[in-house]
Design a protein. Sequence first.
Length: 502
Amino acid sequence: MLTLLQAIYALCALSLGLYTAGQALLLWRYWRTRRLKAATPPLEDLPHVTVQLPLYNEANVACQLIDAVAAVDYPRDKLLIQVLDDSKDLTVQLVALKLAALEARGIRAQHIRRADRAGFKAGALAAGLRHCDSEYIAIFDADFLPPSDFLRRTLPYLLNDPSIGIVQSRWGHRNAEENSLTRAQRLSIDTHFVVEQAARNRSGWLIPFNGAGGLWRRSCLEAAGGWSSDTLTEDLDLSYRAQLAGWRSQFLPEVEVRGEIPPQLAAYKQQQARWATGSTQCLLKLARPIVSSRLGVSQKIMAIQHLCQYLPQPLMLLMLLLTPPLLLAGGLEGLSLAPLGIIGLAPPLMYVASQMRLYDSRGALRAMTAFPALLLIGAGLSLSNSLAVAAALLGAKPPFRRTPKFERDWKRSRYALSADVTLWLELALMGYAFWAAMLAWELQRELCVYLLIYALSLATVVGCSLREGWILRRGRDTAGEDPNGGEFTLLPQRSTMRRSRR
């Protein structure tokens, strides 16, 4: 039994090392290609473009999104705005009034309502395609605000290179300085786009469409099989299928589209769990097609590495659970994790590289002060994300749970989320981690730091969750008036409603 536990522990450590080696390779490729920049082709003939805006109960942000899209610099007779509205609250009325005002100004718009939310976001996007014939489709989630020159800076790549099917911009942030959580997320998001996406794209490796701030060629979308709701990350799924079908994706780090970062831990936790489930579902769905495709060896390896992005967390969790019994049995004597610690320097260096690229030295240093919070929160969510990964591996089909957008103070918003049942599991695991750290202090002190970081991470998540719960109860008990203007009054759901001027 001891030998089996040692083997599992060593296998987890080896798997973590291999994944982190992939991150180190991304950092190296980024550094080698950091000065490369895609030349913007000329934009001559302007084709018809449809901008799809999938919404579900987005009263806080829907109108400003529509205003931003209406302000995009593009001929009005060649631009169609599609609001794919599955909402059940006042969002429906707000959108209807906003689109009526736009149509009065000569801006073409459609308000598309469905009888149900079949397929969730993927189903809404597919439904919108049935009501337009544009070859080029831009997509923005509710909290994103495209710059006015978005189409003029992205569309030329599709028009001048028929092999390109997807153009993805870089995500910026509208509320990065709201609190410690948003500052930590900014660091993670910046690193994904500035280092990872850029390195993958410039190396000829597969990159994901990130669900918003991008432009699709319709023929590419349809050739890849169209939107599918059999995973919770329909954007990752479709973009990989498109690239497996031979289409190329172009990433433009210089084109920034700003979105809202979840300022509430419960919202961020739900978002990460959805992404963990969806990414693992895509791994199960696409691993075999990737391996059997005509892609090069490095393309296949890095594609699989990317789809495994949430697997390190259950591996780390399993190592934590195995540590006390192995310590008590003397099974970790002579086992050094030093190589894993050395290669583990790659992710922090990626954070540094991304901030140095975006800001001056003072701004980069200031942004890096969020690293401790990112470390604690990231490790603290390992249980929640591990359960999400396990759900995907076991074939569960959890529903699509949107990330709430607040725009204003989340503390008294009815969109704010309460802590889920994993809070109590995290509390128990926190106690287990502290016990493991005490055992390590007595039996194998070199493991103490690792175990204490894990325990403190779980304590951070538990403490923040309890604090958020107290804030929400206090805010709702004492609120004399809804600060969001009562926009959450539920409306009877209509089977369909469509406003169009084409």
